[in-house]
Each structure stands twice: as C-alpha cells, then as structure tokens.
Design a protein around this ligand. Sequence first.
Ligand code: PGA
Length: 238
Amino acid sequence: MKYVIANLKTSMLVDGVENYITGLEKKLIYPNNVFLAISDLYIDRFCKTNHNILAQNMSHLEGKNLTGMTTVEQLKNIGISGVIIGHSEVRQYLHENNEILFEKIKLALRYNLKVFYCIGETAEQRDMRKTVKVIKEQLQYLTGLDQELFFDLKIVYEPVWAIGTGIIPTKEEIEEIVQVIKGIIISENVEILYGGSVNRNNIMMLNTIEDIAGFLIGSAAYNVDDFVEIANTIINDN
Ligand code: PGA
C-alpha cells in the first residue's frame, strides 16, 4: 500500500492543532500508511494520537546538548516514527549539504526511524540539463548502504521547481527520474515517492505512475479535509 505524507511545515498555529487532529480521526480510511510531518512545537501533542508522526528535520549530532536544535534522542524519546531529511527548504535556507544529510540519514536509521530523504533539481539546474547530475550527487553517499536499510529509507523525488508552484512534471518525466534513481541505488528494496504540488486535481493522474510508492503533500495538506480526501484517494485507488 502506498505511503502518504503530509508535510505541514510551519503552517499550523496553536489554535489549529485540535481541529486538525479531529479532522484526521473522523475520516482517514487507512491511517497506518499515513505519516504527518509536524513542526517540533506540536510533535508532543500529535504523538499522543494514533497517527504516525515525522519530524521535519533533526540535528546530525548525537549525545550532545545543543542550542536551537532537536536531537535524534529527543525525537525517539517522544515517540515519532521517522524524519524527513534533505527537504529543499532545509538545503536552501539552512545550507545543509549532501554530506551532512548523509550523517543524519545514518543516525536516524541507527535509531530505527523511518527516513524520507528528499532529492530534486532546481529550475535553473533543470534548464541547464543538470537534473541527472544533481540527483547522482544527492544520492552519492547512499550507494554503499546495506540493502536492508532501504526498508526504512525512502527516496522522495521533489523537483524544487514543482514545490508550491502548482506546476508538476509530466508522467513520463517522473518515470524517467525513477529509472535514474533505480540505476544509482541498486537495491530491490528501494522505494521512491513523489512530491511537489500534489493536489486534489492531479492526484488521480499522479497515482497511475508506475513505481511511485507514495506521495508527499505540502500546501494541499494544510487543510485537513483536503488532505484526508487526497490521502483516501491515493489509498483507495490501489
Ligand atoms: P507542495 O510542497 O505540495 O506545496 O508543493 C511539497 C513540499 O514542499 O514538500
């Protein structure tokens, strides 16, 4: 069954928390396959529900007391299921590079967390026909990982130019990138998700793409009813 991830980013304020939780509880058909990536501020509340909760990032350092960060020990202790690593906003605004991101991946996997590792090219890189090169660089450290780690490590292809723009790649473009990724990570276990402007209007089409194991949904998930509708469509359709 496909994975459905809501990446709620920083969209939520205190007075929206209970409403979101109530909306999920009433209507989600298969909550087991749904993961909610929640701002650190509300993780504790969401972990008290029966839903799978993800952090949106974590520190690459372990066993230290660190100012302004959230550590893997804290996340594990609070009861999360996994973490998003390498989201383009983290790469862009926090300047996290492939090397640091790989440290985070290894650390999270060691703590038995699921990892959703985001990769994808910018509009500029795409225009310069550098998509494959960029993806190879973003995946370079993963090629030596043990095969069984890919049960918990998922790759999310999120072209940066598709995030929050309403523009999505064609079905053929996504299929091509899936093949590129599978050519780099030679593991039968590797599963690839798609993210970037997934919404109620395009999900039926996107859901027909072969070899896509699920979707990461940003802005279309900020409203709980919209998110539930998309999540139920993805899962019902299979
Ligand atoms: P979007 O965001 O669905 O609003 O494009 C996706 C993401 O940033 O993960």
